[in-house]
Write a protein that binds this ligand. Structure first.
Ligand SMILES: Nc1ncnc2c1ncn2[C@@H]1O[C@H](COP(=O)(O)OP(=O)(O)O)[C@@H](O)[C@H]1O
Ligand SMILES: [Mg+2]
Length: 277
């Protein structure tokens, strides 16, 4: 958590940059998918993405600690395909958060490449990565990270504001996202007036409001009991169907790992094996 929050505040987005994206052909075609249909682990990849949504190749990350290099990631290769639920599993200290920070463009590798869609994160400056992050990525944290003085509604609206979405679409989109996570009737509540599970559902609504292609979640269920965790995983499966996102999350929980399309197992900065779920 501390590592995620330590990063400097994103710069303001370039007002001249195009903010609207036309729906792709595949997105239009996939509108035909029945909403709420059970998630198939074999969902076809989107042909328009021409390969993975994100590719990590030969990534290493070292930190200088007391004048000595500490090798945390030691040659990571990973691909995230569209509309998948991918999990990173591993003991505390194995490097999961460090990798998620790199995938999310919050940090850069010491060596290797990270390409998200057409964006080479390993070669981009802070401001350029920040722009991509605010428009095309969503983040969910173990401790929810909602703004304490804002209502559920205002928290979700904030991400549309930050992503520079046109004001005219805010209200409908906020309501749509709160309904998707089952919390429309709590929209005026502030975080302290919600349970942990409800707060995390607001955080999910906030993370998807601007229609990111990739959602990153660092131990999103670690603070929740098993029933609330199951609810969160249901919401994740729903939004993969309805919002066409890919979710990459870290977890220790074996029951949660069962619903993954793909699990990467990390030991001491490397993947030891990965298996289709
Ligand atoms: N900014 C940093 N500076 C020095 N060491 C770090 C930094 N970030 C992470 N580490 C070290 O990298 C290792 C992996 O940390 P982390 O990625 O948080 O693991 P995990 O999320 O799997 O628990 C730990 O030993 C941690 O202390
Ligand atoms: Mg961690």
């Amino acid at each position: 958590m501390a590592q995620w929050m330590r990063k400097k505040q994103p710069a303001l987005p370039d007002p001249d940059e195009e903010t609207q994206q036309e729906p792709t052909q595949t997105e239009l075609v996939q509108e035909n998918v029945a909403p709420g249909s059970p998630m198939s682990p074999n969902v076809e990849t989107e042909p328009d993405e021409a390969g993975p949504l994100l590719r990590v190749s030969g990534v290493e990350r070292s930190f200088q600690v007391g004048g000595l290099p500490l090798h945390v990631l030691k040659g990571i290769n990973l691909e995230l395909q569209p509309r998948r639920l991918v999990m990173l599993r591993g003991r505390s200290g194995s490097g999961k958060t460090t990798l998620l920070n790199l995938i999310g463009g919050l940090d850069q590798p010491t060596k290797g490449e990270i390409v998200f869609r057409e964006h080479p994160f390993h070669r981009m400056g802070d401001d350029a990565r920040t722009n991509v992050r605010r428009r095309e990525l969503g983040f969910i944290f173990q401790t929810f990270a909602l703004m304490p003085l804002l209502s559920a509604y205002e928290n979700v609206e904030l991400s549309l504001r930050m992503a520079d979405r046109p004001r005219g679409e805010w209200k409908a989109r906020v309501m749509e996202c709160l309904e998707l996570v089952g919390l429309a009737k709590r929209m005026h509540h502030r975080p302290f007036e919600l349970s942990g599970g409800e707060q995390q559902r607001v955080a999910i609504a906030k993370a998807i409001a601007h229609r990111p292609r990739l959602l990153l979640a660092d131990e999103p269920t670690a603070e929740l009991d098993s029933q609330m965790s199951a609810q969160i995983m249901n919401v994740f499966q729903t939004i993969i169907q309805t919002e066409h996102v890919t979710i990459c999350m870290t977890t220790h929980d074996p029951t949660i790992l069962e619903v993954a399309d793909h699990v990467y197992e990390m030991v001491d900065g490397k993947f030891i094996a990965h298996a289709e779920g």
